[in-house]
Design a protein around this ligand. Sequence first.
Ligand code: F6P
Length: 541
Amino acid sequence: MTDALSQAWTQLQTEGDRLRATHLRQFFAEDAERAQRLALEAEGLYLDFSKEKLDATALQALVALAEAASVEEKREQLFSGAEINVTEGRAVQHMALRAPPGTEIRIGGSDVMPAVLETRRRFLAFAEQVRDGSYAASERQPFTDVINIGIGGSDLGPVMAVRALAPDADGPRLHFVSNVDGAHLTDVLRPLDPARTLIIIASKTFTTQETMRNAVSARDWLRAALGAGADRHMAAVSTNLEGTADFGIAQERVFGFWDWVGGRYSLWSAIGLPLAIAIGAKNFEAFLAGGSAMDRHFRSAPLAANLPVLLALIGIWRRNILGYPAVALIPYDQRLERFPAYIQQLDMESNGKSRTLDGRPVTRATGPLIFGEPGTNAQHSFFQLVHQGSDVIPVDFIAAVEPREQLADHHRLLLANCLAQSQALAFGRSEAEVRAEMQAAGKDPAEIDRLAPHRVFPGDRPSTTLLQERLDPFALGRLVALFEHKVFVQGVIWDVNSYDQWGVELGKVLAKALIPVLEGSAEGAGLDGSTAALAARIRAG
Ligand code: F6P
């Protein structure tokens, strides 16, 4: 670590020691301008972080940390196609997938944009053909249903985005199968007619156990009904063109991408085909444009006025200075119901690391646990703990000012709840206030003594609120890219490789070895006692 970097961390600790005990009530009482000082409006987004336990001086120290960690230089390396995924020897260039025609983006000396644009043209054309029926089902009728089979980055992005953009969806119905649990495929297939169903097999590697198992069963389902006609009902998205050919998918319905696109960053590629089929090429291009606008902002805005950088620094403050282990991500937007799950993979698979880039153990906490549900539902499940539990869990709220439907009074109620939650978290309700309220309500003193402690809200629980105008394709693209770049900045500061995922490998290998044990064709010699006993119990039925 450079001297400048260690000094920046020391300074940040000093700021933390100065502010840790200050209640959010006091922050607001002491600074009438706080809400303006600790907010940023940029790119059509309004980020209010005045309910975080920091002040302008702490913010400066955070920006100094980003500078000392060379965020600007590393950002240039990212955009210039350097091999920053060092453990896999790859560049990271998902930004090329959303770049407009006319851009030149080089990886290893050659411009990748001609291939990107050609693949984009092909998969968007295919999406339009499926939508308008010019690519029709075997009985010359348009496809009514499309199933995407994939998992992780080959599922979470498309399913999240298709739900988020439901008002824009006017194509065939979209379904998603990810879990290898046969229940998932069975339940999705049951109401569908194979003669009117198109199946997209989405897998970067085309080797993922779960996806390949589901793909084979889905192909059997098509073949049982359609015989040789089944082939027409299958398309694939993958970097493994040999694998797709071996599976029997005609080349013209295979859409590729590249090893410099991580699975969890691939929604912008042909992995977005289900979204394009749902909302059409024009809307998909607006989604790409939103992501691209955020790229330009991230690359050019000064650190202190840079949305992804600020989000990242707020996260660093929460995690490394105040020591909070988790974050609740709560969209007050039903259509973002899968957004927390999507961000879980993006963030936790990227920054859930405990080795630095050069392989040493990290010396600071890295990626937090992220969980979430849409508001207001979350209020009626785990918010009890968030308000009064023994751990402080900072919250990221996301809301749109304008609804996409006519029920304006619903939307006001939704937004009132969003603001109320951040208010309650920050300011709470003191025992004196609780007692005064109960007295005013005519409660007897014994009951007040008994119940008042339970009704106290400690407050001082931080949250950030992100407002956008409305959730449309452009806004969704911008939002996803915002979180991608936030994850990048945190990865730089923690000095981890945000683009590998070795932590998911061991389980895959062990599962493979256990299949024969569960089938009864292998003994499982050398298994630990617990696993052997569980396997024996399962085999016994
Ligand atoms: O879970 C690990 C992982 O490799 C993810 O990173 C990826 O998104 C997912 O599996 C699916 O991989 P593939 O697209 O190759 O099937």
